[in-house]
Write a protein that binds this ligand. Structure first.
Ligand code: GDP
Ligand code: MG
Length: 299
């Protein structure tokens, strides 16, 4: 049996988390249409009879503007370090920029086997994908100071195009002979962490863009019994005006967030879930050390 670590990197919103979920066949990382949904490097584990792949999903490259951003950037760097294979994801439905090119070229200097995934092909016609392939082609041959892209794989996380093909390529790169995680483990994260992520995902999905990325979740109580889980959590935001929106008219919004999150946690655990949410304001928490620590963003 072979195993190895596979880092998934790229710009925000290109589909890194969706790709990891697709490769594993289970929802590990949360996914929303909003950039910067992923904040931590999350490992997703795929174990078969032949191999164990440990994927590292990362927040994505960004120029940090807050202390939280710095944390995310660090998580991205650490997720891309010490891996056996790199998967660089780009969005095939958008223009391929010089910045994308430079990013890939730079990563090739690490001389880690690197695959470039051109994702969201379901949204793009061939005329859009083709110029991307042309621009990438110089990087498919090695140079003195860098390696070459091993393969360029057009994918779609919506219809599954080439996801199995990619998985086969990645399997061929595995060389370790250690099994890192027990069979059955899907992630390195605790259920408590996963629950916080589910609540954050439902908040991001249900709230409109007026609540920017200033939402964080603190799990205050987490009591897992044989057949049930009792959870109390704070939905933290940055302004009183945001708090009003999150609560909604007569509490309707927070109720919806709570209900959808509860159902999702029940699906995940197979247990009856009791979930109580509280909305709290912590001004500028994304820049405050002690708040960040409470929210679990500490490296
Ligand atoms: N149409 C289409 N949408 C996708 C695809 N992959 C991801 N998405 C969507 O793109 C958005 C961002 O995806 P996500 O996985 O969170 O991106 P990340 O920030 O790179 O992790 C979500 O709305 C996804 O549903 C794809 O192959 N096709
Ligand atoms: Mg993500």
């Amino acid at each position: 049996m072979k195993s190895g670590f596979i880092g998934i990197i790229g710009q925000p919103n290109v589909g890194k988390s969706s790709l990891m979920n697709r490769l594993i066949g289970e929802k590990i990382s949360i996914v929303t249409p909003k950039p910067q949904t992923t904040r931590d490097a999350v490992r997703g584990i795929l174990t078969t009879d032949e191999y164990q792949m440990v994927f590292v999903d990362t927040p994505g490259i960004l120029t940090p503007k807050t202390a939280l951003g710095k944390y995310m950037s660090k998580e991205t760097d650490s997720g891309a370090k010490d891996v056996d294979v790199l998967v660089i994801v780009i969005d095939g439905s958008r223009r391929f920029t010089q910045r994308d090119f430079d990013f890939i070229e730079n990563k090739l200097r690490l001389r880690i086997p690197t695959y470039v995934v051109v994702n969201k092909t379901d949204l793009a016609k061939y005329e859009r994908i083709y110029p991307i392939l042309v621009k990438l082609s110089p990087l498919t041959v090695s140079a003195d100071d860098r390696g070459a892209i091993k393969e360029i794989v057009p994918t779609s996380c919506v219809n599954g195009l080439n996801v199995e093909v990619l998985k086969g390529m990645l399997a061929s790169e595995l060389t370790d002979e250690i099994i890192y995680y027990p069979e059955g483990d899907l992630t390195d994260r605790s259920l408590r962490f996963v629950v916080g992520e589910i609540i954050r995902e439902k908040s991001l999905l249900l709230l409109q863009d007026e609540i920017p990325h200033g939402i964080g979740i603190v799990i205050n109580k987490f009591d897992e019994k044989k057949e049930s889980v009792y959870i109390e959590a704070d939905v933290v935001c940055e302004k009183e005006s945001h708090k009003l929106i999150i609560i909604g008219e007569k509490g309707s919004m927070i109720k919806r967030i709570g209900e959808t999150a509860r159902r999702s946690i029940e699906g995940r655990t197979g247990k009856r879930v009791f979930l109580k949410l509280f909305v709290k304001v912590r001004e500028d928490w994304r820049n405050k050390r002690n708040y960040l620590r409470d929210l679990g963003y500490e490296s």
